[in-house]
Design a protein around this ligand. Structure first.
Ligand SMILES: [Zn+2]
Length: 250
């Protein structure tokens, strides 16, 4: 049974933390903060901090990370470190599909905002997902919304996760010198901000720059999903990505 620290309160279109929950107001009116679909309720038990829970995984949208079981950190790291071809394929399957599901939720949100009919894209992807599901078992990779990233960063440092949401992405190039060989090289920093506030950055190597497709200039509030390893550099969050394929824009 999935558990939560906050819940989506539909009437005011905002998230409610446990400490702000009031039975009279929120009872039977709160939902999963990710898919906004599965109903949540508060669980109060002796000697345990109260928490939110949904009744079952199946009540979540298929694209929600709570719909399936999670891959364990140990198994995910094993796949990442493995040189075995089958493991590599399974890893790519999991990353691709988890990123796609996050993107699907962004599409859903956007179509809702624009008040249009549900995009056909999400349906197409669902079909693709089903086809490939026959090949490998799907498992959820832990996913955090960029808006919740900083408050949850303690949990995620040194873990591979997916960060997703909407952000302004700034791209800056720097020249660096290899201290051993004296050779010059270039790096590119992608800085992700929400409402002007720094959230995290991604550093691209020279090789990754070649494969990275820049966003159109002045494009604001880009929907994105990215898979990588969370690191803290002097208190700032950095995401180390294995390949630019793991950074997807809407
Ligand atoms: Zn959900």
């Amino acid at each position: 049974m999935p558990t939560f620290e906050e819940a989506y309160y539909k009437i005011e279109n905002k998230n409610i933390e446990i400490k702000d929950y009031i039975d009279k107001i929120h009872y039977e009116k709160i939902y999963c903060p990710e898919c906004l679909t599965a109903p949540l309720h508060i669980v109060r038990k002796q000697n345990v901090c109260p928490y939110y829970a949904s009744n079952s995984k199946q009540e979540h949208l298929e694209d929600c990370q709570h719909y399936e079981d999670y891959i364990t950190k140990k198994n995910l790291n094993k796949l990442i470190e493995s040189k075995n071809n089958e493991d590599e394929k399974r890893l790519e399957f999991l990353i691709d599909n988890n990123l796609q599901r996050a993107i699907n939720l962004l599409i859903r949100e956007e179509t809702k905002r624009n008040n249009t009919v549900e995009s056909f894209i999400s349906n197409t992807t669902k079909n693709q997902l089903k086809a490939s599901l026959n090949e490998y078992k799907y498992e959820s990779i832990p996913r955090v919304s960029i808006n919740r990233l900083l408050s949850k960063s303690g949990e995620f440092i040194d873990n591979y996760i997916i960060i997703w949401g909407n952000a302004n992405v700034e791209s800056k190039d720097y020249d660096r010198i290899n201290s051993t060989t004296g050779k010059k090289f270039k790096i590119r920093k992608l800085i992700f901000r929400v409402k002007g506030n720094f959230k995290f950055s991604i550093q691209l190597s020279e090789n990754q720059i070649k494969h990275y497709k820049e966003l159109p200039q002045n494009s604001m509030n880009n929907g994105f999903a990215v898979f990588g390893l969370v690191k803290s550099n002097k208190g700032f969050l950095e995401l180390k990505i294995l390949t630019t394929v793991h950074l997807q824009y809407l």
